[in-house]
Write a protein that binds this ligand. Structure first.
Ligand SMILES: [Zn+2]
Length: 95
C-alpha cells in the first residue's frame, strides 16, 4: 500500500483505492484517525483547512461504529459547507 500524510491529522498513513478501483476516492488507514474514505476533491479542500477543523473530521472518523466507515465527499454547489460526511458499510470500501 502507498503512504502519504493523512489529510485529517498529518501523520503518515496508508491508503488504497476502493474496490472497483474508483480513482475518485482514497481509502485511508491512519494510526491516529483510523479508517476513512475521502474523495480527491475533498482532500484538496482539506489542505486549506486549519488543523482544528481537520481534527473535527479525524474525531468523526474514529467515532465510526463497528463495520462502518466515514466517507467525506466534496459537493461543489457553492454552499457555505461544501463537505458532505456520512457513514457507510466498511466492507463496501475496504477489501
Ligand atoms: Zn489521520
Amino acid at each position: 500500500m502507498p503512504t502519504q500524510k493523512c489529510p485529517l491529522c498529518g501523520k503518515i498513513a496508508k491508503y488504497d483505492n476502493p474496490p472497483g478501483n474508483s480513482e475518485k476516492y482514497k481509502c485511508f488507514l491512519c494510526p491516529v484517525s483510523g479508517s476513512f474514505v475521502i474523495s480527491l476533491m475533498a482532500e484538496d479542500h482539506f489542505a486549506k483547512f486549519p488543523i482544528i477543523d481537520r481534527t473535527y473530521y479525524s474525531d468523526k472518523a474514529k467515532a465510526a461504529k463497528k463495520g462502518k466507515v466515514l466517507i467525506i465527499q466534496f459537493c461543489d454547489d457553492e454552499s457555505e459547507a461544501p463537505l458532505i460526511q456520512r457513514y457507510d458499510e466498511k466492507a463496501d470500501w475496504f477489501r
